[in-house]
Each structure stands twice: as structure tokens, then as C-alpha cells.
Design a protein around this ligand. Structure first.
Ligand code: ADP
Ligand code: MG
Length: 331
């Protein structure tokens, strides 16, 4: 059995296909990532899987239970941490956890034991009796993760778990996520638009854009698609330089992007000296800079969509504005 099984899931909002016929499975015990720009449809997928939103088409099972016909069983099998904080600021951390556990019907003894366990997991034991309104953003997020774990869920949904947190806090949250995956043997599905987060945490990643899955695989396999290292070269005049680089047999792929010429090569560090051997005067070009990078998931996204995630977010929000304007005119 899969932890999650999704077939042809679609969600439309007033003619907008926020989620467009997606299918994938998540294995038990896996950390699976949905990676994509703002507006890609990630939260909508999570809301359908957690029974908060009804799909327009398609079906899905979570821990073997049908999201339409077995809502209660699905809800009992899952924990959710949403993008927007949902804690009660007037209560302490411990009270928030206790309240949640009561909703799930845990008895008193079990509640107390579980609260200690989850507090320890996110290292909030010392802060348990402080009001949540006095927590930092990072502490609140940790408490929310702890709360999501209270009722022993089989599958934990994390929607943008580190959104808006500083780098140090983000790394700490990553460590908790890895720890609870290992110690509690919990299956985790998370969404993010941070490439390095998906890369660091997830055994497998689905890259999603405009409601569609572009590609899914293990992060290292995805990066290997690009074929080795990336040499980003700034050279003028660009077209002349491009012609020269194209002739090298060791260049596997070549692409122009934002004033740079990107070469896909193997063992990039060995190729830089070869570039330096080019007689720039004779060829009539000037190489201004060479930058060697190991490919990231950002490069994979760029490769498949022709845009960086950031560029995609900007064009997406413009598209949304246009749709709103059109709708407004019609009314
Ligand atoms: N309740 C809703 N009504 C109308 N449009 C929505 C609603 N929820 C989301 N959308 C639209 O669906 C698309 C996907 O949104 P969302 O799932 O929140 O993306 P993500 O979580 O990847 O940023 C966006 O264009 C968004 O504006
Ligand atoms: Mg979202």
C-alpha cells in the first residue's frame, strides 16, 4: 500500500485550473516534496488530500482511505501544518497542545505523555508554559509541528514549513522534520518554493508549475538530467562567443540566459583551463567571468520551464491580475 495515491486530480476555480490532472504516489515512510512557485497549486493539492476542499475531478487515497468517501478515517490518519498560523495566542504552548489532543479524544494520561514527547521533539520543553503570543515566529512554527504530531498521525502534511523564517531557524526546522521522520516513522508530504529545502529534505520531489507536474524523481536524478556541472560564462560579444563554445566537443548542452552562456559539462573544474586557453584577441571576444556550479533544482526548473522560479512567480501573479480584471469587467 502507498501512503498516498493520487489519480488524475483536478481542481477548478471559476474556470481557472489550479490543479490540472495530476497523478503521483507517496511511499510509506517517505519525505515527498511538492516544489513550485507561488500560485502553482501546491496548497490546493494539500487541501484536497486533507479533505478540506473537494476535487473537481479525480480521486485520491490517504493511508488507504478515500478522500471523498472516508473523510473521517483520512482525518484521523493525518496531521496538518498550514501556511497561515493557526495557534491560539492567548493560551500557552502546552494548553494549545492539550486542546488539540482533547479534540482528537486522547485520554488524560495519554495526553500528558504525548505532550512531553512532542515538546521534546521540537525542543520547546522550557517554553511550554509561556503564552504563545510571546513566542518568536520560529517557536510558533515548531509548536505547530508538535501539535500536528499530537494524535500519532501516519501522514504529516507541511505546507511551506519554513516560509518567512530566517536561515538559522529554517535549518533547525529541517532538522526536526528529518528527526520526526526517522524517530516517529512518519510519512511527510511538504510543499515549498525553496529549492534547497526540497533538495535537503525530500527523498523524492515533484516539480509543479501552473497546476501540472512537470517532472518527479529523486533530487539527484533530477539534477543529473542536466548532465554534469554548469559553467556560466559572461562573454562579449555574446553571439561570437557562443559560436566558439559550440565547437568544443566537451560541451554537452549550451544555453543563453540573462546575459550568460551556460555550458553543461562534465568535471567543470577541468574545463576552466581549456576556456582560458582560447586566444581571445585572435577570436575577437572577451571572457569577463566564468562561474562553475553544480546544478541545483533551480536549474532543473529553469531547464523545463525556461524561467526561474522567481520569474515564474511574477508572470503568474500578472496572469492572476489579468483574470481578475476580466472577471470584473464581465460583472
Ligand atoms: N479559493 C480559491 N478561489 C479562487 N482561486 C483560488 C482559490 N484558492 C487558490 N486559488 C488560485 O489557484 C491557484 C493555485 O493556488 P495555490 O494552491 O494556493 O498555489 P500555491 O500554494 O502553489 O502557491 C492560484 O492561481 C490561486 O490564485
Ligand atoms: Mg501555498
Amino acid at each position: 500500500m502507498f501512503a498516498i495515491e493520487i489519480k488524475n486530480l483536478t481542481k477548478e476555480f471559476n474556470g481557472l485550473r489550479a490543479v490540472d490532472n495530476i497523478s503521483f504516489t507517496v511511499n510509506k515512510g517517505e519525505i515527498f516534496g511538492l516544489l513550485g512557485p507561488n500560485g502553482a497549486g501546491k496548497t490546493t493539492i494539500i487541501k484536497m488530500l486533507t479533505t478540506l476542499l473537494r476535487p473537481s475531478q479525480g480521486e485520491a487515497r490517504v493511508w488507504g482511505f478515500d478522500i471523498l468517501k472516508q473523510k473521517d478515517q483520512v482525518r484521523n490518519s493525518i496531521g496538518i501544518v498550514f501556511q497561515e498560523p493557526a495557534l491560539d495566542n492567548r493560551l500557552t504552548g502546552r494548553e494549545n497542545l492539550d486542546f488539540h489532543a482533547r479534540i482528537y479524544g486522547l485520554n488524560r494520561e495519554n495526553r500528558q505523555k504525548r505532550i512531553e514527547k512532542v515538546l521534546k521533539l521540537v525542543e520547546l520543553e522550557d517554553k511550554a508554559d509561556i503564552l504563545v503570543k510571546d513566542y518568536s515566529g520560529g517557536m510558533q512554527r515548531r509548536l505547530e509541528i508538535a501539535r500536528g504530531l499530537m494524535h500519532y498521525p501516519k501522514v504529516l502534511f507541511l505546507d511551506e514549513p519554513t516560509l518567512g523564517l530566517d536561515a538559522q531557524t529554517r535549518h533547525r526546522i529541517w532538522d526536526y522534520i528529518l528527526k520526526l521522520n526517522k524517530e516517529e516513522k512518519i510519512t511527510i508530504i511538504l510543499t515549498t518554493h525553496y529549492m534547497e529545502e526540497a533538495d535537503y529534505l525530500c527523498q523524492r520531489v515533484a516539480i509543479i508549475d501552473s497546476g501540472k507536474i512537470i517532472i518527479q524523481d529523486r533530487p539527484d536524478n533530477l539534477k543529473n538530467i542536466l548532465g554534469g556541472d554548469l559553467l556560466s560564462i559572461e562573454a562579449v560579444p555574446e553571439r561570437k562567443a557562443l559560436k566558439i563554445f559550440e565547437k568544443f566537443l566537451w560541451v554537452k548542452k549550451i544555453k543563453q540566459h540573462n546575459g550568460f552562456i551556460d555550458l553543461n559539462v562534465e568535471r567543470g573544474e577541468k574545463k576552466i583551463p581549456l576556456l582560458m586557453k582560447i586566444d581571445q584577441k585572435e577570436e575577437g571576444i572577451e571572457i569577463k567571468s566564468v562561474n562553475l556550479r553544480k546544478p541545483t533544482l533551480e536549474d532543473v526548473f529553469l531547464h523545463f520551464t525556461g524561467k526561474t522560479i522567481r520569474e515564474r512567480e511574477v508572470s503568474q501573479s500578472e496572469k492572476n491580475k489579468m483574470m481578475m480584471r476580466r472577471r470584473f469587467k464581465r460583472q
